[in-house]
Design a protein around this ligand. Structure first.
Ligand SMILES: *Cc1c(COP(=O)(O)O)cnc(C)c1O
Length: 384
């Protein structure tokens, strides 16, 4: 109990935490102070891609820990170079910038878009984002986030963002006519917005028009990326080639890392001195990320898809379920009962799930065992 009491006393009260202290875990299983076992279908919000203390990841991280923990970006280190090469070879990106979080990855993308526009002689460049999106909590990424609830109390926010509804191609067309629109940034599946996938039709049409008008397509894969949606990055499900891709959460497998990938059009936008981060590309986080990315292969991705189908077929039409949305192992369940109540009951019965808007959200580890997933789904259904 002292963990929970002291946390409330000494840590800024910005999180509505569940009354649970997790003291250890292995794979998809987590344990509290009393030794109670939970099947964790939240993965630390899509971060623990291979679950808790995964053996290979631990080996990669601890191996690096006893070599070099940090050098600053004044020098080179092997893990961050290796990770960059892997990401570029697997995506077609030309250059990457490493930060430490999703918001930082998006800050980098925003800077890239603004400088790309400036290089073309455009002043006061605008970036289009979608209503109901989530791009982070720093001031610029808050401004990008198309949800007013996150804005209130923090005005003035940085200028330069325009919002349209997901799927509203006419709104995009109208804005694309303006000279100062530099980029559009979007999540392929809106995560915090309620696990809402964009339609292929909308995404493809946006990309077609953007290409015509030289508007950068920037995909926020902070949550959807790194195998979560059944492909290495969710944009690959849509058959598009973006100009910028940002990612974080699952990339580090549990250590803080963010990455902004720049493709052909944007690879040389940032020059020496334009951007930086003391901790960015940290060798321990990068070594962990290498061990994650090298294991997201076709075999793992086909298992992700199989488990996704398991979830959809188990929950679609089940008692108390209004709808199931999402891609891969990023799933939203619209429930007849209040989602908060369902989540609380599941926790009581040993299953950890989280919320997205009014939905119950599932983000299980990519390597969760099918038996564990099945057991957890049965428990969820018993709480609906
Ligand atoms: C979580 C999230 C972010 C913010 O990432 P942080 O690491 O919390 O800064 C940005 N975009 C999306 C889509 C996210 O899900």
């Amino acid at each position: 109990m002292s963990i929970i009491n002291d946390d409330s006393k000494y840590i800024a009260n910005t999180y509505a935490r569940f009354p649970l202290a997790i003291v250890k875990g292995k794979g998809a299983l987590a344990y509290d102070e009393a030794g109670k076992e939970y099947i964790d279908l939240g993965s630390g919000i899509a971060v623990n891609a291979f679950g808790y203390s995964d053996d290979e990841w631990v080996k990669a991280v601890t191996g690096q820990l006893s070599k070099v923990q940090h050098t600053s970006n004044l020098y080179y280190t092997e893990p961050c170079t290796r990770l960059a090469k892997m990401l570029c070879e697997k995506t077609g990106a030309k250059k990457v910038f490493f930060g430490n979080s999703g918001a930082e990855a998006n800050e980098c993308a925003i800077k890239v878009a603004r400088k790309y526009a400036e290089d073309k002689g455009i002043e006061g460049a605008k970036i289009i984002t979608l209503n109901n999106s989530f791009h982070g909590r720093t001031l610029a990424t808050l401004a990008a986030t198309g949800q007013d609830v996150f804005h209130k109390s923090f005005l003035p926010l940085p200028d330069g963002f325009l919002h349209i509804d997901a799927g509203d191609i006419d709104a995009f067309k109208a804005l694309a006519e303006k000279e100062n629109v530099a980029a559009i940034m979007m999540e392929m599946v809106q995560g915090e917005g309620g696990v809402m996938p964009l339609t292929e039709e909308f995404v493809k049409e946006v990309c077609r028009i953007a290409k015509e008008k030289d508007i950068l397509v920037m995909v926020d894969e902070v949550q959807t990326g790194n195998g979560r949606c059944g492909s290495l990055y969710a944009y690959m499900n849509y058959g598009i080639t973006p100009d910028v891709v940002t990612t974080a959460k699952g990339l580090g497998g549990g250590l803080p890392i963010g990455c902004c990938m720049m493709f052909e059009k944007t690879e040389n936008v940032l020059k020496s001195g334009d951007h930086g981060s003391t901790f960015g590309g940290n060798p321990i986080a990068a070594a962990g990320a290498v061990s994650i990315i090298e294991r997201i292969d076709d075999k793992l991705l086909s298992e992700v898809k199989e488990k996704s189908e398991m979830i959809f077929s188990s929950l679609t039409g089940a008692k108390g379920v209004k709808s199931v949305s999402g891609q891969g192992l990023m799933i939203g369940i619209e429930t007849e009962k209040d989602a908060g109540e369902v989540i609380k009951e599941c926790m009581g019965k040993g299953v950890l799930v989280i919320k997205a808007k009014n939905k119950v959200r599932l983000l299980p580890p990519l390597n969760i065992k099918k038996e564990e997933l099945k057991k957890a789904l049965d428990i969820i259904k018993s709480c609906l």
